[in-house]
Design a protein around this ligand. Sequence first.
Ligand code: HEM
Length: 514
Amino acid sequence: MEVPSKTFTREEVAKHNTEDSVWFVIDTVVYDVSEFLDAHPGGEAVLRQVAGTDATSAFYNLHRHEVLLKYADLAIGTIEGEKQSVVYTKPGELSPVPYAEPLWLTPPFKSPYFKDSHRRLQRAMREFTDKYIGPEAIEHERTGEYVSQQLIERMSAAGVLHMRMGPGKHLQGKELLGGAVKPEEFDYFHDMIMAQEAVRPACRGFQDGNMAGMVIGLTCILNFCKDPAMKKRITDEVFSGQKKICLAITEAFAGSDVAGLRTTAKKTPDGKHYIVNGTKKWITNGVFSDYFVTGVNTGKGLSVLLIERGEGVETKPIKTSYSPAAGTTFITFDNVKVPVENLLGEENKGIYVILSNFNHERWTMACATIRYMRLVVEESLKWAHQRLVFGKRLIDQPVIRQKLAKMIALCESHQSWLETITYQMCHMPYSEQSKHLGGPIGLLKMSCTRAAHEIADEAVQIWGGRGLTQTGMGRVIENFNRTYKFDAILGGAEEVLGDLGVRQAMKNMPKAML
Ligand code: HEM
């Protein structure tokens, strides 16, 4: 935060304790709030009570540091010869709080998985998130606005959109976050870093609104579009931010049970088009998308069509418990004419197109959930050291330490499991991954969201009313507690994924009696 260079003595500040002039000090910075008294959300009286004094602990007991950044123009100078004692992390910096970073980023821990390019990418993406994604995420999560074109274009220019699609040919020739990682060295650990760093603004609705539809929808174009010119046109348009895309599978009739889809696609007598009729529900980014990668029933099975927004396509926002910034949508297709060239994969074999997507989608969701759990651990550790209750810090109460121990253990164990699976993704041929990793990834995601449930529950108990309040100190906890269920439902419900994991194990059981 830029503070005017003027300096004052504490005696000078003390004089500004009058009807017309209210000054105080927060961490050696002098604030003149005389014109802010009426506007202060916590009221005028509390500010007058600390007029002329050092209000550092009073302030930090009630506000997040980001409040000072928002109202930076109230700062008029600093106290002569004094140094700030509150630790602020600058954009891109690691947190000094224990367990706030995964062990591979925590000195002196070592990890066999991460190379220099991973560390460079982590630093670059942390800075990018802190500077560009975070401020917009916090604002839009509150207002419900969709992701801005400016941010999309910035992510496009930096290769962030490209990297979020994981390793592959689509990275070729692109400079990735100023050269932090080369396209050919980008692996699933880099992918994991991208997914985890982008979560740190702690705005679950905006997180999905920020092009999650592309992450799950564009894969089908990259892997299953048969016409090279069409594939190039669509990927160029989406990667440049000109057009938006989403994945439209779920219906009111069929959620995780994709075989039950009722949206139909019937071929015209000349065989040149499909006529699509039906509805889709809970489609992330649908309201602002131009392309819909859509699951349809083609009579003898499921197929996947690329449908462009046009005649017969209507989208309406759905209000859910997270922010409208996610762009959650109800879609109706009313006699929509789709060229047969828009078929992705084979007719009636769309299940393979959809299944090929699931592993990466579920794994990305596990990355994000675990990172969000870690943020809750960090916030709770900070709060427990700062908050005084019955004359003691919260952290001095054994019951609070028990809760934190459980939260930390759940977070660390899931990160380790994630890294083990990510290593397999880096080294197992893609063709074998669906056979061997579908089950473990399903179980990982299921277990992550069960852990998130426990962590949300314990965190709210630590935070009290603040954990239930959208603004102020408990913002991260409130958002997590209200939204972790999205990860337990989207991309395959916990129960379905648990069952998938066990059924995959059943297939691999030896035939003989054991
Ligand atoms: C430059 C200094 C300050 C600014 C810019 C400021 C700003 C704010 C804002 C934006 C809120 C709304 C909640 C949030 O977003 O956190 C708030 C709430 C509040 N503030 Fe301040 N504040 C300042 C100093 C203080 C001080 C020194 C005190 C106490 C001595 C105080 C007491 C309160 C109280 C009691 C609330 C309501 C908290 C709650 O509902 O949990 N504020 N303030």
